[in-house]
Write a protein that binds this ligand. Sequence first.
Ligand code: URA
Length: 436
Amino acid sequence: MRMVDIIHKKREGGTLTQEELDWLAAGAGDGSIPDYQLSALLMAIFFQGMSREETVGLTLSMARSGDMADLSPIPGVKVDKHSTGGVGDKTSLICGPMAAACGVKIAKMSGRGLGHTGGTVDKLESIPGLSMNIPRERFFQIVRETGIAIVGQSGSLCPADKKLYALRDVTAAVDSMPLIAASIMSKKLASGADAILLDVKTGSGALLKSPEEAQTLARLMVDTGNGAGRRTAALITDMDAPLGRCIGNALEVREAVEVLSGRGEERLTALCEELAAGMVRLAGLAENQQQALDMARESVHSGAALAALKGMVCAQGGDAACLEDTSKLAVSPVCVEAAIPESGYISGLNAELCGRAAMELGAGRERKEDSIDYGAGIVLLKTRGEPVRQGEPFARLYAQTEAQCRRAQEQLLAALDITKERPPERPLILARIGLD
Ligand code: URA
């Protein structure tokens, strides 16, 4: 097979065969196909698109380019959950333990944050002692005993995606629907879960800004997962403003504990209940949405969900005392309070700009190799929809230096839109796919 023929075929709008897809994913993964030819193919796919069957085929080939996890030593239905990325999105730390407390088995592999969006690995690593690098047998044992374990993605997971994603990033080919779907779903398939719940974000902080694009991507990923033999469903949810009140790793762990203690912010709590209920339904543990939601809520009221998080943290070597007393979690030494610049209602709080402000504070990374400050971040004292008065406290910013706080404060204030009239409420869940 010759790469130049595959590029030519796609450039002319042809459909690649499974054999061709397998060959090119293997070559991307093992480095035998040069970057310039892969880049040319990615651009041809960007313009010509891919059929649904081709997208499923590419996803499977990419998944098989590395290790495919076999979770069969864990009894029960294993359900994974994936968010397409957001600001203040700590939902995995909340809906995971809720679903685990309801009997779902969660053996999850997560990623680090990049750019303005955060990652579950960084949030969990802000808990002193906690390891995300757990040997396979121990990982399985933790899931069997506590219902949930979350580890980092191993280096041998989807090498084809690592190569193709890095090339897309530098060749302006990230926002292609089939390439996004194949990239995300190949990692989910290789992670081995029986069922997958996708949280596809839309709004200013999301990869895809419009609800229509999010819906198209969600439908494609659901079809891809189901086409590959995994039960897959999706929620399309709002990411126009940050989720919850905290942005930054240790701050978000603290907020997760608040929600699991029944004292969480309303929208964040509602989204986590929905996600946990979706996972419960995918596992076949509830007859309908209402029953699943009741189970998710009861897991918080009874304390079982918080106990599941504590069990996981302990088993992964973390200091669970930090969850009993969250003031023990890291907090950066300098704190600056930003004030509301004018009276009215907060009609917008641009999530991407908030995420960039958190990066400025040291809570996120621009490049993969950058280090982060676990105690840095933002606590929003006011958020979208709320009435505000000029001069009252808007947010607390935490960082290592005053200069970082001042720069971030400017960005955070630029994220803020204030109007005289109360803005209409934005729906939290825009659509459900595969959960009716
Ligand atoms: N996240 C991924 O893992 N891949 C993409 O292509 C986009 C977001």
